[in-house]
Ligand binder design. Structure first.
Ligand SMILES: NC(=O)C1=CN([C@@H]2O[C@H](COP(=O)(O)OP(=O)(O)OC[C@H]3O[C@@H](n4cnc5c(N)ncnc54)[C@H](OP(=O)(O)O)[C@@H]3O)[C@@H](O)[C@H]2O)C=CC1
Ligand SMILES: CC(C)CCC[C@@H](C)[C@H]1CC=C2C3=C(CC[C@@]21C)[C@@]1(C)CC[C@H](O)C(C)(C)[C@@H]1CC3
Length: 418
C-alpha cells in the first residue's frame, strides 16, 4: 500500500528505468568480473571471456552451501548477546532493539572453519565454486526481495521507508519498501548488512590464500596484505557493530533488491576480486613497498575509525565524554551537528578514510592492471553518489542549519578538492 499523494519522496537512483537497468546490470557485472578474474591476465576492459556452460554456473550443492551458510550465520546471530543496543528514534519515537553478536559470530565462524580445515575440509577448493555460489546468492537475494516486497504489502504505513514507496513496482522492489523488516529480535536488514556477506567475503579471501599456498608453496606477500587489510575492515565493522545503526542504510533505506543483492552477492564476490586477481599471475612485492602500502591503509583506517567513532557516540548521546568537547551547531529538529573534530575537516570524513583504504587494497596488485582497481573505482562512484543522496536528505532534515554547516565545512569528501 503506497502512502497518500503528496507525501512521496523524490525518486532516487534515476527512477524506475534506471532501477530496472541496475537490477540487470549489477548481476551481469558481477559475473563478468568473476569470469575475467579467472581468465589468466585479468583485463577489466578486455573482451568478455567466453560464456561458461550451465554446469559451471549452477549447482544444487552450491545452493545448499549458500543456504547452510545463511542458516549458520542466523544461528550465530541468535546466540545470547553481550549487549542489546537501541536503534535511532523511529517516526513514532520508539526505538528498536538489536543484539550485538557480530564479532562473536566472526570468532565462532573462524573456530568452526579452523576445526573443519584441521579435520580435512578442503577450503582451498572453494574458489572453484565461486561461479555457482554467486548464482545461488543472486537467486537467494532475488527471492528474499520478492518475499520482502510481498510482506510490505501488509505492513502498516508507519513501518515503510521514506523512499521505496513510490507506487512503481520495479522501483519499490529495487529500493525496498519496509524500513526494518523483522520477526521479533531478528532484523533481516541488520543481519544481512553485517553477517553473511562480510564474513563470507573474508572466508573467500582465506580460501584464495590457501589455494595460492597449494599452487605456489606459500601465499605471496601481496595476498597476505589484501587478506590482512580486508580482515581488519570486516573485524572492525563487527566489533563496532552498533555504529551501523546510525548509517543511511539502517535509518533511511528500505530493504529491497539493492541491499539484499548488495549484501548477499555483491559484497562477497566482488569485494574479494583483489584476492581473486592475485592468483594469476604472481605479484612479487618487497617489504619497502609493502610497508608503504600498510602505512596508506593505516592512515585510511585512522580517519575512517576516528570519524565513525565521533559520530556514533554523538548520535547516541551528545554528552558522551568522548565527544562532549566538540563544537556543534543546533538545528530546528533539536539534533545538533558536529562542526569540529573530523566532521569539521570535510562533511564526510568517514568516506575519505574508506576511500584511502580502498586504494591500499588495490596497490598490492600492482599499478598496471585496471582490473584490481575495480573496487576503488566502483567505491568512489558509490560514495560520491551516496554523499549526494545524504546531502539532499540532510538539507531536507536540517534546512538552514545544513547550509550553515556547509558554509563552515565547504568540502564534501577530500579537503580542498571535492
Ligand atoms: N564498504 C562499503 O561498501 C561501504 C561502506 N560505507 C561506509 O559506511 C559508513 C556509513 O556511511 P553512511 O551511512 O553513508 O554515512 P554516515 O555514517 O556518514 O551517515 C550520514 C548521516 O550522519 C549524520 N551526520 C552527517 N553529518 C553530521 C555531522 N556533522 N554531525 C553529526 N551527524 C552528522 C546525518 O544523519 P543524522 O543527522 O540523521 O544522524 C547523515 O545522514 C561510512 O564509513 C562509509 O564509508 C558506506 C557504503 C558502502
Ligand atoms: C550493489 C549496489 C551498487 C549497492 C550495494 C551497496 C552495498 C554493497 C553497501 C551499502 C552500504 C554498505 C555498507 C557496508 C558494506 C557494503 C554495503 C552493504 C558496511 C557494512 C561495510 C563495513 C563498514 O564498516 C560499515 C560502516 C559497517 C558499512 C556500512 C555500509
Amino acid at each position: 500500500m503506497a502512502p497518500p499523494q503528496g507525501s512521496r519522496a523524490p525518486l532516487e537512483f534515476g527512477g524506475p528505468l534506471a532501477a530496472a537497468a541496475l537490477m540487470l546490470l549489477l548481476p551481469v557485472t558481477m559475473f563478468h568480473l568473476l569470469l575475467v578474474a579467472r581468465s589468466g591476465p585479468a583485463r577489466l576492459l578486455g573482451p568478455p571471456p567466453s560464456l561458461p556452460g550451465l554446469e559451471e554456473l549452477w549447482s544444487p550443492w552450491a545452493l545448499l552451501l549458500c543456504l547452510a551458510w545463511l542458516g549458520l550465520q542466523a544461528a550465530l546471530y541468535l546466540l545470547p548477546a553481550r549487549k542489546v543496543a537501541e536503534g535511532q528514534d523511529l517516526k513514532d519515537k520508539s526505538r528498536l532493539r538489536y543484539p550485538i553478536t557480530g564479532f562473536q559470530a566472526l570468532v565462532l565462524t573462524a573456530l568452526l572453519v579452523g576445526l573443519g580445515v584441521s579435520a580435512g575440509l578442503p577450503l582451498s577448493a572453494l574458489p572453484e565454486m565461486l561461479l555457482p555460489l554467486a548464482s545461488a546468492a543472486t537467486l537467494t537475494a532475488f527471492i528474499s526481495s520478492l518475499l520482502l516486497y510481498l510482506r510490505a504489502l501488509v505492513a502498516p504505513a508507519s513501518a515503510l521507508a521514506p523512499g521505496g514507496n513510490s507506487g512503481n513496482l520495479i522501483y519499490d522492489f529495487f529500493l525496498g519498501r519496509e524500513l526494518n523488516p523483522r520477526i521479533w529480535l531478528f532484523d533481516f536488514k541488520y543481519f544481512c548488512e553485517l553477517r553473511p556477506g562480510l564474513i563470507g567475503w573474508v572466508l573467500i579471501n582465506l580460501a584464495l590464500l590457501m589455494q595460492e599456498a597449494d599452487l605456489r608453496g606459500s601465499p605471496s606477500l601481496a595476498m597476505w596484505l589484501v587478506n590482512g587489510f580486508q580482515l581488519l575492515y570486516v573485524a572492525d565493522a563487527l566489533w563496532y557493530e552498533e555504529a551501523v545503526l546510525t548509517t543511511m542504510d539502517i535509518i533511511h533505506d528500505g530493504f529491497g533488491f539493492m541491499l539484499a543483492f548488495g549484501d548477499l552477492a555483491w559484497v562477497p564476490f566482488t569485494y574479494s576480486l583483489q584476492a581473486q586477481f592475485l592468483l594469476y599471475p604472481p605479484q612479487p612485492r618487497g617489504w619497502p613497498l609493502a610497508s608503504f602500502i600498510c602505512l596508506i591503509n593505516a592512515v585510511g583506517y585512522y580517519i575512517f575509525r576516528g570519524a565513525n567513532s565521533q559520530k556514533n557516540p554523538f548520535r547516541n548521546n551528545p554528552s558522551d565524554p568522548r565527544v562532549a568537547d566538540l563544537e556543534t551547531i543546533s538545528t530546528a529538529t533539536g539534533r545538533r551537528l558536529l562542526v569540529s573534530g573530523w566532521w569539521g575537516m570535510v562533511r564526510h570524513p568517514n568516506y575519505l578514510g574508506d576511500l584511502i583504504m580502498a586504494l591500499a587494497w588495490s596497490l598490492p596488485c600492482g599499478v598496471f592492471h585496471l582490473f584490481s582497481y575495480f573496487y576503488f573505482l566502483y567505491f568512489t562512484a558509490l560514495l560520491v553518489h551516496r554523499e549526494d543522496r545524504d546531502e539532499r536528505q540532510c538539507l531536507q532534515k536540517y534546512g538552514l542549519a545544513w547550509h550553515e554547516y556547509s558554509r563552515r565545512v565547504p568540502y564534501r569528501i577530500v579537503p580542498y578538492v571535492y
